[in-house]
Design a protein around this ligand. Structure first.
Ligand code: PAF
Length: 281
């Protein structure tokens, strides 16, 4: 695996692969890779002759009081994991490489509507930061396909919309959430959980499953289901930001709906956890 830190090196390698007629699949990450990320790389391998991953903790998508400083940075370990997963190239730029003129006055990409609900309501500007860096990375890597985890369901919708609106010739592929045996969705932020909090964190998945079972049973009291679920999490010590039942496009569901997505964001101690579950009747 080749590791490059500069745009010039990245572009030179991509151009060489393009001249050789290779297809390129791309896995953008913020590093601290776990089984979920490596599954993205594995799926990328199935789609293209060359796989590029990026590790970049993007300052533009963190709010002023969020965990940008303490976000785990484990590049040597990430490189070893990617190597084992048969990634061809790791792009690990500095913030200066990506934002050479700084972030003030930077051209930004915003996807209105879906960026301001759910997580967007609690993390203003977050999805603009994501859409902007992903557009920059797409411009640099020029992939045929890019793979993202479905755990960040709203992010996936924002990226799909941005890619479609800008007519970027990139196929966006969502990959199912990888979970621990007790159901907790894999996330780099899980390591913030204390030994006491970790087993409790699985309650998020169990609560979503309970709601899914009710929906499949025909219960359409969306409000009641949401409130009950949020109360169950709060009683167990979580601080829920939202517990929502939406259509797959994130609209409010009607009683005749047949497909939903249950979405949760909740703090457990100092750790913000998000998860979602697709449900169909
Ligand atoms: O999901 C992530 O890790 C990040 O939001 C992404 C897509 C790599 C953009 O920084």
């Amino acid at each position: 695996m080749i590791t490059v830190h500069t745009i010039a090196e990245l572009r030179a390698q991509i151009a060489a692969w393009r001249r050789a007629g290779e297809r390129i699949a791309f896995v953008p990450t913020m590093g601290n890779l776990h089984r979920g990320h490596l599954e993205l790389v594995r799926r990328a391998r199935e789609r293209a002759g060359r796989v590029v991953a990026s590790v970049f903790v993007n300052p533009l998508q963190f709010g002023p009081n969020e965990d940008f400083e303490r976000y785990p940075r484990t590049l040597a370990q990430d490189r070893a994991g990617l190597e084992q997963a048969q990634c061809d190239l790791l792009f690990a730029p500095t913030a200066r490489e990506i934002y050479p003129r700084g972030m003030d006055g930077l051209t930004r990409i915003g996807v209105p509507g879906i960026s301001t609900v759910l997580c967007g309501e609690f993390r203003p500007g977050h999805f603009d930061g994501v859409a902007t860096v992903v557009a920059i990375l797409f411009n640099l890597v020029q992939p045929d396909a890019a793979l993202f985890g479905e755990k960040d369901y709203q992010q996936l919708l924002v990226i799909r919309r941005m890619t479609a609106d800008l007519h970027l010739p990139v196929e966006i592929v969502g990959v199912p959430t990888q979970r621990d045996a007790d159901g907790l969705a894999l996330s780099s932020r899980n390591q913030y959980l204390s030994a006491d909090e970790r087993p409790k964190a699985a309650l998020i998945h169990r609560t979503m499953q309970d709601v899914a079972a009710e929906l499949r049973r025909g219960n359409r009291d969306y409000r009641g289901l949401r409130e009950q679920a949020a109360a169950a999490l709060a009683a167990a010590g979580f601080r829920p930001q939202y517990f929502e039942i939406r259509t797959p496009g994130l609209d409010s569901p009607k009683p005749e709906e047949k497909e939903w997505v249950v979405l949760v964001a909740a703090y457990l101690g100092n750790t913000r956890l998000i998860d979602n579950l697709r449900v169909s009747s």
